[in-house]
Design a protein around this ligand. Structure first.
Ligand code: CA
Length: 222
């Protein structure tokens, strides 16, 4: 799971990042909204920790922008702010924050709130997913096809999971590449993995359909 931390105060940013990294999260920190936007365009995180009082654009403006962009609207956001009045908290939550923590905060509480948020957002639908005869169980990272276990490489698994989480939705090539490979990848990498995945899925391979010039879609076998 990837977490972005937007916080201008270095000591707090380091503290948040250190606590999350120690708990197995991949974390990237930003001190202003410009660097944050540049990175989020390339790779979307699974959760964002957001400070309100920032130099330049403030956190609430950042939150509004995230929530109004379809690509990022669903990413959970936890505000961590020194603005602690009820009015501030309500304002943050009304703008679409998922949680609001006041400074100074306890590191353990921060980690457990992050985990709780990720559980409610992702666990429900990502623990076990089925499509036609394909089932993936994310807790054990296992895949079965017609109840027979299937071995996939790490990236093949991630790719299949992304399709299973978005059935019958066209996934753009760039979006898939960003999400699974980050920015240092080429379209060829994706093509090769799609080909391998189709072949391993056997008769369900054709459920991964090519949408010419756009990307791929997991679709019912017609
Ligand atoms: Ca600040």
């Amino acid at each position: 799971m990837l977490i972005y931390v937007l916080e201008d105060e270095e000591s707090i940013r380091e503290l948040e990042m250190y606590a999350l990294e120690k708990n197995g999260f991949e974390v990237q920190g930003f001190e202003n909204s410009q660097s944050f936007y540049k990175t989020i365009e390339k790779r979307a995180p699974d959760l964002i920790l957001l400070d309100i009082m920032l130099p330049g654009e403030d956190g609430l403006t950042v939150l509004k922008k995230i929530r109004s962009d379809a690509a990022f609207a669903k990413i959970p956001v936890i505000i961590i702010s020194a603005k602690t009045t009820e009015f501030d908290r309500v304002k943050g939550l009304d703008l679409g924050a998922d949680d609001y923590m006041c400074k100074p905060f306890g590191v353990m509480e921060l980690v457990s709130r992050v985990k709780a948020r990720l559980r409610t957002i992702y666990d429900g639908y990502s623990s076990e997913l089925s499509f036609s005869g394909i089932t993936i169980s994310d807790k054990t990272r296992t895949v079965t096809v017609d109840q027979i276990p299937l071995e996939l490489t790490y990236k093949e698994y991630e790719l299949l999971k992304m399709f299973m989480e978005n059935p019958q939705i066209v996934l753009q090539r760039d979006h898939i590449l960003d999400r699974i490979w980050g920015h240092d990848s080429t379209g060829r990498t994706l093509d090769v993995h799609i080909r391998m995945l189709r072949s391993k899925l056997g008769k369900y391979g054709k459920c991964i359909t090519t949408v010419r010039g756009v990307g791929y879609k997991l679709d019912k076998d017609k």
